[in-house]
Ligand binder design. Structure first.
Ligand code: ATP
Length: 893
């Protein structure tokens, strides 16, 4: 049935057998079993055989395949086989890594699966959105992604962004009205549709369609977008690899012409050499290894609780130079406890920790209260009723639903002797203005059963102190002394407490709609509540870590400047003397703000639009900005930041959607870990490139030089093919698994747009290519001079090449520190596995008779073996020495 929008809420409720208490768990289970989970059908991926075939759809592979064809026509079957083996091994690796990458993306998607707030068995619960069934009573609030199609039963200032369905970018206002049957989707104001975003307000509705039956399911758009595992850098490198291949082909063509017409090589021999050269020089494995490096990076981040939503951000994270972070929950634990209640006549201390409502309330003489005074009880009632959280007890364990600060208020109200159920029954809520980080308070309207009405308000003290005209004394109300109360709030905040004010206004029974104007007059301040939220210990270390990595850390909070400053000091921020408030930011123009941001690290009482301005101000100094956020209004700042980071636990779906990275644990330490991982990924990409280009370069120059000088080749085309088959897929790949280098977080951030193939890398390619050339020609000439057969001389050169590649790998692993350390020599299991495979393969090609026949090799004596190893060590020493000199020279600059 799709005419829910024409029915009233009650009709829908009846026909779906739901009640004001929601569904019963049994009925929900039964419906889930009948209708299946609330999930869109997966978009079918390409079949495995097609994915495998697509691995060959690559210009580099075409070149190799054509070479294989020509060698076959020329009757060089062995060469054909080895070239095909190179192609096949590459395709298999590509296929496997693509599968792994897809799995990685899939598990990330699962980690980001949204939850839904429902009422079942009369209790508010958070369940995975996939478990929703028809008839479920769902609560919606700003920032939520609507989890299923719903008929709205209540809507308070509710507006929903339905662009995904209707293309309309302006949020539409929702109510509970019925509309005519032929109303288009965009005009069905009494409905909320799966996949759309709640822009503002609150609402509740009944699920009328789930999974594929929803409107979005019908067009099945969301899962259609499968993200490619790539980043601008990797794309750039893949492009580079293609250009390089084209260049190599041109060089090969020229050599073919020159060799045939000027140097008079026999065509077949020349052609084979050129094929060897092309295979040697084309970095055919590079794009695949880079993608694997990314996939490993994404998984490593997920293990550290950082879920990458947009892959390019891995690169950006490694370049972050300033992190702007929220306070609550990110730098602090978000485990709140009410510790102080400041009232006009008394100042109470509240004992106990956690959310269990056990702990005495002490008076000013530090004596536990025997009974709760009326004024305190009335304040506790405001704390309990003007509240959307829930506290549950199960086998002595207290758990919370909703905002931890509100849960702390509930716990305090219970310590003051109130009962959750009774209070709600005595004073049912009639209307509410939900909390918004813009206006920084929440208000609710209640009526008892004797015809009395009450507006209850809780919020930031500055806001409420200004709204209130009176204060609640022990027996009567008095006129408010605003200066005094502002000072009290300031003193409490200076101790690092979060301060909240409570206020009340009596209204006539017939007043049953709550409007902002109702708060303009007659509000009476009840109490200031001090709430402790201790800093996270790991955040202290992480902040220190960031500072040593040259990354500035700025706290941007909605909290009181005093609280922000006290926490900032505890957490180890740098500039804690000056705090910039939202009001001050507002009074500045962009230029003035850009000037101030350099030496202010704490921003308090900010609203989301200030975050956007701060991001832009920091970016104007060419900083790479990471910004955290959780609310729906944070989305623009998250999008604008170079790396937008959303909170996985307390963050709204809208913020997660806008972010590049989601923190599964909301913890600042995770941001630092993600930055470290981002730097590691970038380093590894660089290492893969730094290893591949010079080794390919060395092989290619050896052939070119021999060809042009008319010398016998120190290594045959077939042997070159073998080396590529064996090393490119083992040694090159090992670098993708490199762990974080020591000192990674002691380096200043790299410039975001710094080219990866820098001057240093280009110089390294030249130097190492020449060293490879010298090593191979050196041993080849030495063997010739000694009177060895050309076959043995080539076997020595072949082994020297592979040994040099291995030693060069150990060198590349440490780009920023010495490779002469136990740590460096110890390597990693992957490195040794790969080295082991290469050694076994080399022993096989050198000593196994049938391999000797195929590759024309000869056994190498032990002394020669040691000599070759010595050449590898020499290469290592030379490049290491060069690095040490270079590192020292640059550190002097
Ligand atoms: P951060 O921005 O670091 O997360 P925050 O949680 O203090 O800090 P906001 O959520 O914007 O930032 O809250 C701003 C202020 O609004 C709080 O300091 C508090 O005074 C008030 N406030 C927060 N939550 C509520 C709520 N649920 N009801 C009423 N007032 C609230």
């Amino acid at each position: 049935m799709t005419d829910w929008h024409t029915k009233s809420g009650e009709e829908v409720q009846d026909s779906l057998q739901s009640t004001a208490e929601g569904l019963s768990s049994e009925l929900a289970q039964q419906r889930l079993a009948e209708n299946g989970p609330n999930r869109l059908p997966e978009v079918k991926g390409k079949p495995a055989w097609l994915r495998f075939l697509l691995q060959f759809h690559n210009i580099l592979i075409y070149v190799l395949l054509i070479s294989a064809l020509i060698t076959a026509l020329l009757g060089h079957w062995l060469d054909t086989t080895v070239i095909l083996a190179v192609v096949l091994v590459n395709a298999i690796i590509g296929y496997v890594q693509e599968g792994k990458a897809e799995q990685a993306m899939q598990s990330l998607r699962n980690m980001l699966a949204p939850n839904a707030s429902v009422i079942r068995d009369g209790k508010r619960q958070t369940i995975p959105a996939t478990d929703l069934v028809i008839g479920d009573l769902v609560l919606l609030e700003a920032g939520d992604k609507v989890p299923a199609d719903m008929r709205l039963l209540k809507a308070h200032n509710l507006s929903i962004q339905e662009a995904i369905l209707t293309g309309e970018s302006v949020a539409v206002n929702k109510n509970t009205d019925r509309v005519s049957i032929d109303a288009p989707l965009g005009e069905r104001s009494g409905m909320a549709f799966s996949g759309t975003f709640v822009g503002a307000g609150q609402g509740r509705g009944l699920v009328v369609a789930t999974g594929a039956a929803t409107e979005i399911g019908k067009i099945n758009r969301m899962l259609g977008e499968v993200e490619q595992l790539t980043t601008p850098l990797v794309e750039q490198m893949a492009g580079f690899a293609k250009w390089l291949s084209a260049l190599i082909l041109v060089v090969a063509g020229i050599l073919l012409i020159v060799g045939y017409s000027l140097l008079n090589y026999p065509f077949t021999e020349l052609f084979m050499i050129i094929v060897g050269l092309s295979v040697a020089a084309i970095p055919e494995g590079l794009p695949a290894v880079l993608t694997i490096t990314l996939a490993i990076g994404v998984q490593a981040m997920a293990r550290r609780h950082a879920i990458v939503r947009r892959l390019p951000s891995i690169e950006t994270l490694g370049a972050v130079s300033v992190i702007c972070t929220d306070k609550t929950g990110t730098l602090t634990r978000n485990e709140m406890t009410v510790t102080q209640v400041q009232m006009p006549a008394q100042d109470y201390q509240v004992e106990g920790s956690g959310y269990a409502p056990t702990g005495a309330i002490l008076d000013e003489q530090q004596k536990p209260l025997q009974s709760t005074p009326a004024a305190l009880e009335s304040a506790a009632l405001t704390a309990l009723l003007c509240n959307d959280a829930a506290l549950h007890e199960q086998q002595g364990q207290w758990s919370i639903q909703g905002d931890p600060m509100e849960a702390a208020l509930l716990s305090f109200a219970l310590k003051a002797g109130l009962n959750q159920q009774d209070s709600h029954k005595d004073w049912p809520r009639t209307d509410a203005i939900p909390f918004d980080s813009e206006h920084k308070f929440m208000a609710s309207l209640h009526h008892d059963h004797q015809g009395n009405g009450r507006i209850l308000v809780k919020g930031a003290p500055e806001k409420l102190i200004n709204l209130c005209t009176r204060v609640q004394g022990a027996d009567s109300t008095n006129e408010i002394d605003r200066g005094y109360w502002a000072q009290q709030a300031q003193d409490m905040a200076a101790q690092g407490q979060r301060v909240l004010a409570l206020a009340v206004k009596e209204v006539p029974g017939e007043h049953n709609l709550l409007k902002m104007q109702d708060l303009d007059e007659g509000l009476c301040l009840q109490a200031l509540i001090g709430i402790m939220d201790p800093p996270r210990e790991e955040a202290v270390h992480a902040v220190a870590n960031c500072l040593s990595a040259g990354i500035k850390v700025k706290m941007i909070t909605g909290d009181h400047p005093g609280t922000a400053q006290a926490i900032g000091k505890k957490i180890g921020l740098q500039n804690t003397e000056k705090v910039l408030t939202g009001a001050e930011i507002e009074s500045m123009d962009d230029a003035a703000l850009a000037l101030s941001v350099n030496d202010v690290d704490i921003y308090a009482r900010t609203s989301p639009q200030h975050k956007l301005r701060l991001v832009m101000a920091l970016q104007s100094h060419h900083l790479t900005v990471a910004m955290t956020g959780d609310g729906v209004n944070d989305a623009p700042a998250l999008k604008r930041a170079d790396a937008g980071i959303a909170m996985g636990l307390k963050g709204s779906e809208a913020a997660k959607e806008a972010a590049d990275l989601v923190l599964a644990d909301d913890n600042f330490a995770t941001i630092a870990a993600a930055v470290e991982q981002g730097r590691t990924v970038y380093d590894n990409i660089k290492k893969v490139i730094s290893w591949t280009l010079p080794t390919n370069g060395g092989e290619a120059t050896t052939i070119i030089v021999a060809l042009l000088l008319g010398m016998s080749l120190p290594i045959t085309a077939l042997q070159i093919l073998w080396v590529n088959l064996i090393t490119a897929t083992t040694l090159g790949l090992a670098l993708a698994f490199e762990p974080t280098e020591a000192g990674t977080m002691q380096r200043p951030p790299r410039h975001r747009h710094a080219p990866i193939v820098s001057g240093v890398l280009a110089w390294q390619v030249v130097l190492v290519s020449l060293l490879f050339l010298a090593g191979m020609f050196g041993i080849f000439s030495y063997a010739n001079a000694r009177g060895d057969s050309i076959e043995l001389a080539r076997t020595l050169a072949l082994n020297t090449l592979v040994i040099m590649e291995m030693f060069y790998l150990f060198f590349i692993r440490h780009s920023y520190s010495t490779s002469f350390s136990w740590q460096a020599i110890k390597g990693t299991p992957v490195v040794w596995l790969m080295v082991g495979i290469v050694i076994v393969a080399q022993l096989a090609i050198t000593y196994l008779p049938f391999m000797q026949q195929i590759f024309d090799t000869r056994p190498v004596s032990l002394t020669d073996g040691l000599f070759i190893t010595g050449i590898g060590i020499c290469l290592f020493m030379v490049v290491e020495l060069e690095k040490q000199i270079r590192l020292r020279l640059t550190s002097f600059n």
